[in-house]
Design a protein around this ligand. Structure first.
Ligand code: ASP
Length: 311
């Protein structure tokens, strides 16, 4: 079969306003991740390889709320969630409440490929990681000065009503369409700042934090996890695509529904089964980048899009 033109889209979380100084670092991180993922696809790598590769770059970047740089729970600890899905056969893997590994998305992929299960949590996930040779790292290695300050600020402002989008910043995700026409998604997060210990959000829950099906497309979501879980944002959006809506329309419909039904805000990135792509959010901003046909498009705020040529 003829090769298709591959597509890679990444996001760096639905967010409130981002300071000018931080914006440039976030932009560079997003561009780096999209380029790494797209290069994997150009070299005939699979959609699963590409979304994992892009998300690993973002987990390793302290600017984002995933891996190193994850937000802290009420006890000042990192607890991370991640999931991945292969649209070819609907295989999926997820982990939640993992604390001492650098790249939860790699562990989620191992759950998908090396166990008969879809989801491992906490101690069981940690034991599985050790059995797969994933090194345990001290939790402090994932904590940044910014995440400590963020928690302090959140605790001081406790009781002050804030929009959901200002409590979470920088969850990461990717969707891909590879040369063979397969789609995949990956999502990884530290969750919500000041969350209860043991709180699990939408990101590791297939259907909420993401979904991938070669017959429809792939999606990764970000935003207020409890709201996303209540409406199954990922599957709801793809349902609209299945019903014949364009990616843009489908994303608009499901984000509007989440806002009107449970007052939740968030964002989505999508690829279709034919390699179209879309990004949309109802939060103030969402760092995103999309690579296709050797062009890279990226932006953070509404109506902001820059396009550059890729080598
Ligand atoms: N959805 C994530 C959570 O609630 C947070 C985010 O997307 O920023 O855990």
């Amino acid at each position: 079969m003829e090769d298709r033109s591959p597509v890679l889209v990444v996001h760096g979380g639905g967010a409130g306003s981002i300071s000018l100084e931080r914006k440039e670092r976030v932009r560079q991180g997003i561009i780096r991740a999209a380029t790494v993922g797209y290069n994997i696809l150009k070299e005939k790598g699979s959609a699963v390889d590409a979304v994992e590769g892009a998300v690993v770059v973002l987990e390793n970047d302290p600017e984002f709320n995933a891996g190193c740089g994850s937000v802290l729970n009420v006890n000042g600890e990192v607890e991370m969630d991640a999931s991945i899905m292969n649209g070819k056969d609907l295989s999926t893997g997820a982990v939640s409440a993992v604390r001492s590994i650098a790249n939860p998305i790699k562990l989620a992929r191992l759950v998908m490929e090396k166990t008969p299960h879809c989801f491992l949590t906490d101690q069981g996930a940690a034991k599985f990681a050790a059995s797969m040779g994933i090194p345990e790292i001290p939790g402090e290695q994932l904590i940044t000065e910014r995440s400590k300050k963020h928690l302090e600020k959140e605790k001081l402002e406790k009781g002050v009503k804030k929009p959901d989008c200002q409590k979470n910043l920088g969850t990461v995700g990717a969707v891909a369409f590879d040369c063979a026409g397969n789609v995949a998604y990956a999502t990884s997060t530290g969750g919500l700042v000041n969350k209860m210990a043991g709180r699990v959000g939408d990101s590791p829950c297939v259907g909420s934090g993401g979904y991938a099906d070669n017959l429809i497309g792939a999606i990764s979501t970000t935003g207020h996890g409890e709201s996303i879980l209540k409406v199954n944002l990922a599957r709801l959006t793809l349902f609209h695509v299945q019903q014949g809506k364009t990616l843009e329309e489908a994303a608009g419909l499901s984000l509007d529904y989440m806002k009107s039904r449970v007052k939740g805000v968030g964002g989505v990135i999508l690829v279709s089964k034919t390699g179209d792509w879309a990004v949309k959010w109802s939060s103030e901003a969402m760092p995103w980048a999309a690579a296709k046909d050797r062009k890279l498009h990226f932006g953070i705020e509404v109506d902001e899009m820059t396009t550059i040529d890729l080598p």
